[in-house]
Design a protein around this ligand. Sequence first.
Ligand code: ATP
Length: 238
Amino acid sequence: MTHLSIQNLSAGYGDVRVLYDVSFDVPIPGITAVIGSNGAGKTTLLRTLSGLIRPTKGEIQLGGTRLHGLEPDGFVTAGIAHVPEGRRLFAGMTVEDNLLIGAFSRQAPKAEISRDLEAVYSLFPKLHERRRQDAISMSGGEQQMCAIGRGMMAKPRVMMIDELSLGLAPVMVDVLIAALKQLAGNGLGLLVVEQDVAVAFDLADQVVIVDRGRVTRAGTSQEVAADPAIRNAYLGEI
Ligand code: ATP
């Protein structure tokens, strides 16, 4: 199996160190969820794994190819797509144009882009209904679908999603979980930051817990979810 491999990664902002010696592997295909309290460094981790922040130490490799040191567009070309927190769709642009922006860095024939667009619409029929509508006029959940669809249009090997379910209706979260499982079933690696621990356990095969910039636990969802100390700390159970 291929991996996005993260080894001894340290990163921060100027003199502020946020991540300390973070190591784990993201299997491709598969779903890995990152959980941890506010300010633990989850967003910083994803920003480092998409080349927006240069690590001060450590290695990032995708299927054995070194990514650390590349510019952000190098990460995209290598096969990493980043769905940022807050989704960052372009206002004043239709759903379809937002999706097409995801394919911008690809040198693909038009027919192939159309086929990929159809794959997004078949995963999220709602987006097809709304394709001519301003993306920002949709509900939060539909906007998250559009942001994920935009990520799909880059044809990534690994898609990273920051705060998948934040602020979304539970019924919408269920739709997104089913869609992501389908994408993983089709071969994609997913790395999802998720503040709702129950959602993370439901979604992911593997869970990584980050606390104050360090990985404190990593394992299969079943294994981590069965741990009484974890249930107590993260699910409020005694
Ligand atoms: P949250 O769930 O609250 O977004 P997080 O786990 O994603 O938290 P980060 O956003 O990665 O955490 O932040 C980790 C630490 O880095 C925090 O202490 C934060 O204040 C700090 N930080 C984040 N962005 C910057 C920045 N641009 N400059 C300096 N420090 C920053």
